[in-house]
Structures are given as C-alpha cells and as structure tokens.
Design a protein around this ligand. Structure first.
Ligand SMILES: N[C@@H](CCC(=O)N[C@@H](CS)C(=O)NCC(=O)O)C(=O)O
Length: 216
C-alpha cells in the first residue's frame, strides 16, 4: 500500500495563531482536490532538530513529502499539487501563466507589503517606534490592496477559475485582516466567497483539530 502524502504542521500554537499557520494552505489544496494526506506534527516551542532542517532548511512548516518528492515552501507545494493533480493549476499555457504570475506576485509583491503592518503591532506593540513604523509602511500596503482590488474587479477569482492563487491570496488577506481590507468591498466579498467553500471549511477544521491544548 502506498503511503499518504505528508504535510508538517505544529501540534500547538498560541490562540492568535490558530487558523493562521501555513499548513492550512496545503490542507486547503488537498481538500479542493478531494485527496487525503497525513500530518506530521512538530513542536512549535523549540527548534525541530537537524533531521528536520535537512527537509526544511528554515525549520518551518509546512514541509511536504510524497512517494516521489520532498519539498518545503507553501507556494511550491501548491504548484506541485496543481501540476500533479490538475484543476487548481490550469494546464493551458495562457491560463497557467496567469495563475503562476499571481502566485508569485501574492508571495513576493503583496504579502511582504502587508505582513509588517499586521505583525509589528502584534509582536512589538507598545514599543516607542512601532506606531511610527506602521504609519510609514501603511501607504505601500494600501497601494498593494488597491491594485489587488482593481485586478479582481467583479470577478469571482483572481486569475480565472478558482486556483492556487486564490488559496494564497485568501490566506494572505485573512492573516492581514482589518480596516484596510474593509475599504474594498469586492475583497471582503471575495474572502467570504472563498471561505464558504467546503474545501476551506474542511481544511480549517482539520488544521484546528490537530492542535493540542497545551504546548509540548
Ligand atoms: N515562506 C514560508 C513561510 C513558512 C512560515 O513562516 N512558517 C511559520 C508558520 S506559519 C513557521 O514555521 N514558523 C516557525 C519558525 O519560523 O520558527 C511558506 O510559505 O511556507
């Protein structure tokens, strides 16, 4: 019997991080594809060890393996799953190029502009420089959101049919949250539409079910 593909995830995270850890990205893809997987749960409270670093050089989750490949990085895992199983990554070159362009843009252009604005108050709240730093970073985040909102327009999904680009974009927007997204009703509707998908609900439920109540 062939072994199920494996995703790594954490066995515990603080409450604010539940639903936000990036294994959910891979889980969502599996759910969209109707495929099963197993999880290898790691301790978030300490370094994972040399053996794991050979698999994931940055000692993070998710890492992924199946009977053929071993890899890391949520975006790369999505591309692999799409290439292997289709449907969330179109085969026809023009449609595929659009999805891959958006996949790279979400990870390289959108997320880096948004993340510091939400993470600085979370991890450095109350420090004398936080407010000023966030104020300085907000205009770029606003500009990126405006561009994403304009590109989405009244379409259901960001790059044609629902794809790996939507999994990533919704993950990034959910993690960011807040008033800046509320300023774009089409992004709010987009997120609601994506999160109403049974596959998202399944991925979130499985992600949450894997957490124990106490750190290891
Ligand atoms: N670019 C990576 C980021 C992975 C990442 O940031 N993982 C976090 C959880 S969401 C993690 O493992 N953090 C623990 C650490 O960095 O030690 C990806 O998308 O897979």
């Amino acid at each position: 019997m062939t072994e199920l593909p494996t995703i790594t995830a954490f066995s515990w995270v603080p409450d604010f991080a539940k639903g936000q850890v990036r294994d959910i990205i891979a889980r969502w893809a599996f759910a969209e594809l109707g495929l099963d997987y197993r999880t290898e749960l790691l301790n978030a409270a300490s370094a994972r060890g040399e053996e794991y670093v050979e698999w994931h050089p940055f000692d993070q989750v998710p890492a992924y393996r199946d009977e053929e490949v071993e890899m890391f990085e949520s975006g790369a895992i999505l591309i692999h799953l799409g290439e292997r199983h289709g449907h969330i990554l179109p085969q026809e070159p023009p449609a595929r190029a659009k999805v891959l362009s958006w996949t790279a843009a979400i990870l390289n252009t959108v997320e880096p502009a948004l993340r510091p604005v939400s993470l600085l108050p979370l991890f450095h709240g109350g420090k004398p420089w936080t407010e000023e730093a966030v104020a300085a970073l907000r205009p770029l985040a606003e500009q990126r959101l405006k561009r994403v909102s304009a590109a989405l327009g009244e379409n259901d999904w960001i790059a044609g049919d629902f794809s790996i680009a939507d999994i990533l974009l919704v993950f990034v927007l959910r993690s960011f949250g807040g008033d800046m997204i509320a300023a774009h009703p089409n992004l709010v509707n987009y997120m609601e539409r994506a999160m109403a998908r049974p596959a998202f609900e399944e991925a979130l439920a499985k992600h949450l079910a894997d957490f124990t109540t106490e750190p290891a």
